[in-house]
Design a protein. Sequence first.
Length: 151
Amino acid sequence: MNRNEMLVAAIKNGTVIDHIPTGKTYQVANLLKLEELTTPVTIGYNYKSKKLDRKGIIKVEDKFFTDEEISRLSVVAPNIVLNIIRNYEVVEKKTVTTPDELRGIVKCNNPKCITNNEPMQTLFHVVDKEKGILKCHYCEKEQNIDNVELV
């Protein structure tokens, strides 16, 4: 992209989260607890996108996300792209994909599940990534990733 066309200022070091489905932009920001950061955060919304028609973009200065934070992101917005920026250059691009297991991220929607009645971490197996089907390790109830509640 030509630097003259950039819609948001470049950052020296940090992470640019790109290709966020527009409707998920603020959910991603909340999930990453961006409001708690003391470094500059830019949230862009409704930008034109070849891939998505419209997209969100978030630039976070001086912040590099952990694998656990990235796993959480995969639940609300799989296929977003993280651009790792060092000295104004993209040094790495990561496409966020849903892992095979989600540990302590999603709440089971079965009220009788042990995870809703005992102080323990949830564990889901992703049984169908295409359709977004998760299966609780404990009660074996399946739920769609689009309808989950985060822990």
